[in-house]
Ligand binder design. Structure first.
Ligand code: PGA
Length: 247
């Protein structure tokens, strides 16, 4: 049985003050939950504040991105060592917005995962098809290509996969429970065919997850958690989501 894993991706939202207000309200709401892994990924500028406030709690801290080099002349970038020093245990890599707006490819994603893992960060790897790809029947091919490229020469330990159909992100359109599970089944089959330890890997679903649809998604056998954007911006709805993920 894989432990449920619910993660908040705040994207480019929340100042330091807003981060503080969220965490102060959120922690008491989830303090007794010990059967779900909970994670928050604030923007870089809020990491230090979040790290201080989350210390000793049951909530993990992640960054939303990381660079693929250890250090050097890479203006504007952030290294794995910097994330670890500020208190991150996890990092999200390859989010579709990074792929779409910032030119990330499976190759850069692969380099980022390798360095992050070598440094000791746990990784949430995001994959997923666009609407056009789904409508032209290419979903599984796209997932295979992304998995193959992103996980090239990598073992699966300390990696969580987030299946996020691009057409469901921030659109209010969720994949149906069955549609999401079908993709998760496919992902797990690919992992089992190509890597060791596929059974242990948690696969999160992402794309318009809300308190009212989380239970249906989580009741699917291959859905182990969620990566949540919009509904994770308010402490009340994020805590409801976490509670909805309990068995
Ligand atoms: P959403 O975002 O929940 O707002 O659709 C999910 C994500 O991008 O991780």
């Amino acid at each position: 049985m894989r432990r449920p894993f619910i993660a908040a991706n705040w994207k480019m939202q929340k100042t330091i003050g807003e981060t503080e207000a969220f965490i102060n309200a959120f922690l008491p709401m989830v303090k007794d939950i010990n059967d779900v892994d909970i994670l928050i990924a604030p923007p870089y500028t809020s990491l230090e504040t979040a790290s201080r406030l989350l210390k000793g709690s049951n909530v993990f801290l992640a960054a939303q991105n990381v660079y693929l080099e250890e250090k050097g002349a890479f203006t504007g970038e952030i290294s794995p060592d910097m994330l670890i020093a500020v208190g991150c245990t996890h990092v999200i890599i390859g989010h579709s917005e990074r792929r779409q707006y910032f030119g990330e490819t499976d190759e850069t994603v692969n380099k980022k995962i390798k360095l992050a893992r070598n440094k000791g960060l746990k990784v949430i790897l995001c994959i997923g098809e666009t609407l056009e790809e789904r409508e032209s029947g290419k979903t599984f091919d796209i997932l295979d290509t992304q998995l193959k490229g992103s996980l090239k020469d990598l073992p699966l330990d300390e990696i969580t996969i987030a299946y996020e159909p691009v057409w469901a992100i921030g659109t209010g359109k969720t994949a149906s429970d069955e549609q999401a599970n079908e993709a998760h089944v496919h992902i797990r089959k690919w992992l089992a065919a190509n890597k060791e330890g596929a059974e242990k890997v948690r696969i999160q679903y992402g794309g318009s997850v809300k308190p009212d649809n989380v239970k249906g998604l989580m009741s699917q056998p291959e859905i182990d958690g969620a990566l949540v954007g919009g509904a994770a911006l308010q402490p009340e709805s994020f805590s409801e989501l976490v509670k909805g993920a309990r068995g």
